[in-house]
Design a binder for this molecule. Structure first.
Ligand code: C5P
Length: 227
């Protein structure tokens, strides 16, 4: 069997990973997988089912319930995008709230959650050429990915992007709460024991601070063409 091509796009929160990953996948006719949405979906499930209670994770309940979580990616007929579904419901639009953002890093550092999601990530790579964005894709999930990218930008710029996106989606939030959440998540994600956020040795690091999406796309596609 010819092995599938993997493109990993890692980076801190709100560096534009998902937007560019989706564009690159479309250009190359690859499948796009948003790994952050998988951790957000598990967090959503935990909030709905009392597994996160009083800001704490009920760890026993979490491990008992993991097998009840069915995560899949399929075409959402409403927007024609390949999107996450949780137990057969499209829930992407419910995953972008500040409440989810405030709890997701606690869920994402649990070893059993990471192992559960790793299996799903590997399953997709067997069938398709994929572009996957996240925190540990080039280091842990696919250390042999053919092309690896790591995106950065200042926390202020990232918070501005996320704030405008959330406002556009009708969420009632303040800029300072968004900034604080981004800084806290960066810290939690990069200091955790399991699969911490770090730059893969063989990744091309790109500072997206002053780049338009078209410019970023060109850098990524040129790199892929030349390597
Ligand atoms: O990319 P996004 O902001 O949607 O990710 C949400 C959270 O999911 C991150 O802050 C991180 O805690 C977790 N995550 C992770 N590993 C990934 C992708 C996301 O731990 N590969």
């Amino acid at each position: 069997m010819v092995s599938k091509v993997i493109i990993s796009i890692d980076g801190t929160s709100s560096t534009g990973k998902s937007t560019i990953a989706r564009r690159i996948a479309k250009k190359l006719n690859f499948t796009y997988i948003d790994s952050g949405s998988m951790y957000r979906a598990v967090t959503y499930f935990c909030l709905k089912n009392g597994i996160i209670f009083n800001n704490k994770i009920e760890k026993k309940k979490l491990s008992e319930n993991l097998e009840k979580i069915l995560i899949d990616f399929k075409l959402n007929p409403i927007n024609s995008q390949n999107e996450i579904s949780l137990n057969n419901n499209f829930i992407d639009s419910k995953l972008r709230s500040l409440e989810i953002a405030e709890h997701v890093s606690k869920i994402a550092k649990q070893k059993n959650v990471r192992n559960f999601i790793l299996k799903i990530q590997h399953h997709y790579s067997k069938k398709n050429n994929i572009v996957m964005d996240g925190r540990d894709i080039g280091t842990v999930v696919f250390p042999n990915a053919k092309y690896k990218f790591f995106l950065t930008a200042s926390s202020k710029t990232r918070a501005k992007r996320r704030y405008h996106e959330m406002k556009k989606n009708g969420l009632n939030i303040s800029f300072s709460d968004v900034l604080e959440n981004i800084i806290t998540r960066d810290k939690d994600d990069s200091t955790r024991t399991n699969s911490p956020l770090k730059i893969p040795d063989d990744a091309l690091t790109i500072n997206t601070e002053k780049l338009s999406l078209d410019e970023l796309e060109k850098i990524i596609l040129d790199h892929i063409k030349n390597n």
